[in-house]
Design a protein around this ligand. Structure first.
Ligand code: AMP
Length: 293
C-alpha cells in the first residue's frame, strides 16, 4: 500500500492503472477517523474493483464557520493501519493546500437538492461536498465511487452531479452500518460519552416506530413525522433539529404518502453533537443502496 499526498502523483498512478494495466479502480472518499461504516464501503470496493483507493481528507469547505473543522477527529496513523489490514492499494491523503490551491475559485453547486434538509441548517455544506468530490473524481477517475446511505442527501447530490456533469464514474450507495443499539455509526459518535450514546440510540428506535406505523397503514406525513419527533423528544438528552418526510429521489416534501420511495430524514442534537439518520419506506430494487438500507 502506498500513501499519496500529491494530487499529481495520484492522477498519474491512477492513469497508469487504467491505461497500461486496464484494471478497474474503486474510490472510497472519507474524512478519516475510520469506522465500520467506512469499512463496509471499502469491503464492497475491494469486492467490485481491481484497485481500491481510499481518500482521507477533512474537507474545510464543507464545514460552516461555527462547526467542528478544527476539532474533527484526525488519526492518519490509525487509519493507515486499518486500511492496510483491509488490503487497500492506495490512501490519498492530501493537505488542504494541495486540493485548494492559491486563488481557488471554482465551486460545484448542485441546485435545488443542496438547499433542502441538511442544506437549511448547514448552508454551503453541499457546495463544499460536491466540489471536493468533483476534484477527487477528476483526480482518480475511478470506475466506481462508494458512498453511504447514512448520508442519504449527500449520496443523492453526488449522483445528480455525476449525471449532470457527465462524470465517467458509477456511484454505489451502501446501507447504513449500525451499532448493536441501532445507533448509526459516525465519526462524530466519538464526541459522545457512554450515556449520550445510549440516549442517541432513540433516533433509530424512532425510525423503526415510524416504519411500523407506515406498515399499519398510516399515510399522513405530518403524523408520521410526529411519531419520530415525540419518540425522540421523550429522551431528555436529545433535541430534534428536523424530521422530514420527503420523496426519496427529489427530496420534495410530501403530505400524503403513496407507493413511491419515501425518505424519512432526521437530524438531532445530543448535547452539542449533531447526528443524522434516515430510513426509506417503499424501497425499490432499482436502487441497490436504497433497497438494502
Ligand atoms: P465521512 O468520513 O463521514 O465523510 O464518511 C465517508 C463515507 O462513509 C460517506 O459516504 C458516508 O456516507 C459513509 N458512512 C459514514 N457512516 C456510515 C455508516 N454508519 N454506514 C455506512 N456508510 C457510512
Amino acid at each position: 500500500m502506498e500513501i499519496i499526498n500529491r494530487r499529481q502523483r495520484m492522477s498519474s498512478v491512477a492513469r497508469k492503472i487504467r491505461r497500461d494495466q486496464d484494471r478497474s479502480i474503486g474510490l472510497v472518499p472519507t474524512m478519516g477517523a475510520l469506522h465500520e461504516g467506512h469499512l463496509s464501503l471499502v469491503n464492497e470496493a475491494r469486492r467490485m474493483c481491481d484497485v481500491v483507493v481510499v481518500s482521507v481528507f477533512v474537507n474545510p469547505t464543507q464545514f460552516g464557520p461555527s462547526e467542528d473543522y478544527e476539532h474533527y477527529p484526525r488519526n492518519l496513523t490509525r487509519d493507515t493501519a486499518i486500511l492496510t489490514d483491509y488490503n487497500v492499494d492506495y490512501i490519498f491523503a492530501p493537505a488542504p493546500e494541495e486540493i485548494y490551491r492559491k486563488d481557488f475559485s471554482t465551486y460545484v453547486n448542485v441546485g435545488g437538492l443542496s438547499k433542502l434538509l441538511e442544506g437549511e441548517t448547514r448552508p454551503g455544506h453541499f457546495r463544499g461536498v460536491a466540489t471536493v468530490v468533483a476534484i477527487l473524481l477528476n483526480t482518480v477517475r475511478p470506475d466506481f465511487a462508494f458512498f453511504g446511505q447514512k448520508d442519504a442527501q449527500q449520496a443523492l447530490i453526488i449522483k445528480r452531479m455525476v449525471r449532470d456533469l457527465a462524470f465517467d464514474t458509477e456511484i454505489v450507495v451502501l446501507p447504513t452500518v449500525r451499532e448493536d443499539s441501532g445507533l448509526a455509526i459516525s465519526s462524530r459518535n466519538l464526541y459522545l460519552d457512554a450515556e449520550e450514546k445510549e440516549s442517541a440510540s432513540v433516533i433509530h428506535r424512532a425510525l423503526k416506530q415510524v416504519k411500523e406505523a407506515f406498515k399499519k397503514g398510516e399515510r399522513n406525513a405530518t403524523k408520521l413525522a410526529e411519531v419520530v419527533r415525540t419518540t425522540i423528544e421523550a429522551e431528555p438528552r436529545v433535541r430534534v433539529d428536523y424530521v422530514s418526510v420527503v420523496d426519496a429521489e427529489t427530496l420534495e416534501k410530501l403530505d400524503k404518502l403513496d407507493d413511491r420511495p419515501i425518505l424519512i430524514a432526521v437530524a438531532a442534537y445530543v448535547g452539542k453533537t449533531r447526528l443524522i439518520d434516515n430510513t426509506v419506506l417503499n424501497k425499490t430494487k432499482k436502487d441497490p443502496g436504497l433497497a438494502k438500507a
